[in-house]
Write a new protein. Structure first.
Lengths: 115, 111
């Protein structure tokens, strides 16, 4: 498809398990972002990739969270030893290139529920 | 740091009513401003944007003007429809390329 694709759309797991969330950005987009949407916290920035530059990880809430982007395209967000407070919708976005004027296009998100 | 404040909802309107959602911001540098919309059961979609002072963004009958003097970017629509029922988010992007979002305003339009 033409849009940002995220998988799985829903994930339910037990506390303490590791999870991997996948994002496939729009073809040709060099910038990729992860955000989290949760009740009480709204939409929060997590991490940003631009081309081959070092990612901006300043929004990651703890060292249990990590992300990588292979080949400048697909990205995976990994949460280790999940906690109940990690329950949220994780959103991925991409933009054609970096820049404050570039609109970010969002996927439908992965709804993560930690039991 | 950057922050966005938008009017709290929920907002309930009748069809064909006038809609305004207030949004103000604080930011370093010269931010770009955006309105995103999230329809029920769907993901975030870009509604409109403005990248410099006095720019007016418009789409689907919605408008917002970038007012640097009042640090505002209020969203307006002259005649809403039931299909406009959604959550609306004001957002800014500055030199760090991260979007900072407002809390969102839930709008319900009754037939």
């Amino acid at each position: 498809g033409a849009g940002v694709s995220q998988s799985p759309s829903n994930k339910v797991t037990e506390k303490g398990k590791d999870v991997e969330l996948r994002c496939d950005p729009i073809s040709g987009h060099t910038a990729l972002y992860w955000y989290r949407q949760s009740l009480g916290q709204g939409l929060e920035f997590l991490i940003y990739f631009q081309g081959n530059s070092a990612p901006d990880k300043s929004g990651l809430p703890s060292d249990r969270f990590s992300a990588e982007r292979t080949g400048g395209s697909v990205s995976t967000l990994t949460i280790q030893r999940t906690q109940q407070e990690d329950s949220a919708v994780y959103l991925c976005a991409s933009s054609l290139r970096q820049g404050a004027q570039q609109p970010q296009h969002f996927g439908d998100g992965t709804r993560l529920s930690i039991l | 740091g950057n922050s966005v404040t938008q009017m709290e909802g929920p907002v309930t309107l009748s069809e064909e009513a006038f809609l305004t959602i207030n949004c103000t911001y604080t930011a370093t540098g010269y931010p770009s401003l955006f309105w995103y919309v999230q329809y029920p059961g769907e993901g975030l979609q870009l509604l409109l944007k403005a990248t410099k002072a006095d720019d007016k963004g418009s789409n689907k009958g919605f408008e917002a003007t970038y007012r640097k003097e009042t640090t505002s970017f209020h969203l307006e629509k002259g005649s809403v429809q039931v299909s406009d029922s959604a959550v609306y988010f004001c957002a800014l992007c500055s030199n760090d390329y991260k979007l900072s979002f407002g809390a969102g305003t839930t709008v319900t339009v009754r037939a």
